[in-house]
Design a protein around this ligand. Structure first.
Ligand code: COA
Length: 298
C-alpha cells in the first residue's frame, strides 16, 4: 500500500474511538490514525473481530483496545465512551463507521428491516456523538491548536440520487449527513468541535463490496468507474487523517465524497472523438446561418 503523504506524528497524543473500527474500512481508518500517532479504541459487537483488530494494531506498535458494544444500545455507547476515557484519559476523535447493510427491494423490505439499518447507522451515530460530547468538548491536557475534538461520520453517496435495493441505507445515510451538518453548526459554535463526514464510493476488498456487488460486477469496475478503478480502503483512511488532523482545522460540516467521481457520472453515449467532430460541424453551420433568416429549402 502507498505510503502516507501526511507527517507521521500529525495525530500524536490524540485518542480516537471508532465504532466498526475492527474490520473493513473502519479497520483501515483505525490503522492509519494509529500510524499517524493516535491511540485507538475500537467498539464492535464481535469479540473475535475486536481481538484480531487489536492484535493487528499492536503488531504495528499502535496502542489499541477493543470494547464490545452495539451502537443501538445507549448503555453500551455510554459504557464504551467512559471505558475509553478511563483507559486513555482523553478522547479527541470519534469515528462513526459502524453500519448495517444488505441488498433488498423496497417491496421485500419489512418496516423492521428499514428501522434496523436506521437504528444502526443514523440513531447509532447520534447516540455515540451524544455520549462522547462531554469528553470531546472538555479538551484533554495539551489539546493541540484546534480547541475541541473531532467527529467523523462515515456515510455514502447512495442518497445523492437513488440506488437500487438500498432504500434503507440511502435513508439512513441521508440522516447521517444531516446529523453531521447540524452538529457541525451547533457543536462547532458552542465547543469548537469539528464534525465532518466521508462518503465512500465502491471500495475494493471490503465486507460491504462482497455483500453488495457480485464478483463479476467488481471485475468490470474498470469499465464503469470514472477513474477506471475501485477505491482502496487507504483512500478513505487518508481522508480521515486529513479531516482529523490540523490539516483540516477549518473544515467543518463537510461531507467529502471519496468515490472517484462516480456519483456524478452517467454512461458515456458519444465517444470523445465523435463529440469533437460533431461540435465543429455544428459550430460551422450555426455561424453560416444568420439569425432570423429561415434556411432555404432548396
Ligand atoms: N434482507 C431483507 N431483510 C433483512 C435482511 C436481508 N438480507 N437482513 C435483515 N433483514 C431484516 C430482518 O428480516 C428483520 O426484519 P423483520 O423482523 O421484519 O423480519 C430486520 O432486518 C432485523 O434483522 P435481524 O437479523 O434481527 O437484525 P440484526 O440486528 O441481527 O442484523 C444487520 C441486521 C443489518 C446488522 C446484519 O445484516 C448484520 O449483522 N450485518 C453485518 C454488518 C454489515 O452489514 N456491515 C455492512 C457494511 S457495508
Amino acid at each position: 500500500m502507498e505510503s502516507s503523504p501526511f507527517k507521521k506524528d500529525c495525530l500524536k497524543g490524540k485518542v480516537a474511538l471508532l465504532t466498526g473500527g475492527g474490520s473493513g474500512i473502519g479497520l483501515e481508518i483505525s490503522t492509519q490514525l494509529g500510524k499517524h500517532g493516535a491511540s485507538i479504541a475500537i467498539m464492535g459487537r464481535r469479540r473475535q473481530v475486536l481481538d484480531s483488530a487489536v492484535s493487528s494494531l499492536s503488531s504495528l506498535s499502535i496502542p489499541a483496545i477493543g470494547f464490545e458494544g452495539d451502537v443501538r444500545k445507549p448503555d453500551d455507547a455510554r459504557r464504551v465512551v467512559e471505558s475509553t476515557y478511563n483507559h486513555y484519559g482523553r478522547i479527541d476523535i470519534l469515528v462513526n463507521a459502524a453500519a448495517g447493510n444488505f441488498l433488498v427491494s423496497a417491496e421485500d423490505l419489512s418496516p423492521n428491516g428499514f428501522r434496523t439499518v436506521l437504528d444502526i447507522d443514523s440513531v447509532g451515530t447520534f447516540t455515540m456523538c451524544h455520549a462522547a460530547l462531554k469528553y470531546l468538548k472538555t479538551g484533554g491536557v495539551g489539546r493541540a491548536s484546534s480547541g475541541g475534538g473531532v467527529i467523523l461520520n462515515i456515510s455514502a453517496t447512495l442518497h445523492y440520487t437513488a440506488s437500487w435495493y438500498q432504500i434503507h441505507v440511502s435513508a439512513a445515510k441521508a440522516a447521517v449527513d444531516a446529523t453531521t451538518r447540524n452538529l457541525a453548526l451547533e457543536w462547532g459554535t458552542d465547543y469548537d468541535i469539528r464534525v465532518n463526514g466521508i462518503a465512500p464510493g465502491p471500495i475494493g476488498d471490503t465486507p460491504g463490496m462482497r455483500k453488495l456487488a457480485p464478483q463479476e460486477m467488481q471485475s468490470k469496475a474498470n469499465d464503469y468507474m470514472p477513474l477506471y478503478k475501485l477505491g482502496d480502503k487507504w483512500d478513505i483512511a487518508m481522508a480521515a487523517v486529513y479531516l482529523a488532523s490540523d490539516a483540516g482545522k477549518y473544515v467543518n460540516g463537510a461531507v467529502l465524497p471519496v468515490d472517484g467521481g462516480l456519483w456524478l457520472s452517467r454512461p458515456r453515449h458519444l465517444a470523445k472523438d465523435a463529440v469533437r467532430q460533431m461540435s465543429r460541424v455544428v459550430e460551422k453551420k450555426t455561424r453560416n446561418t444568420p439569425v432570423g433568416v429561415p434556411k432555404s429549402k432548396l
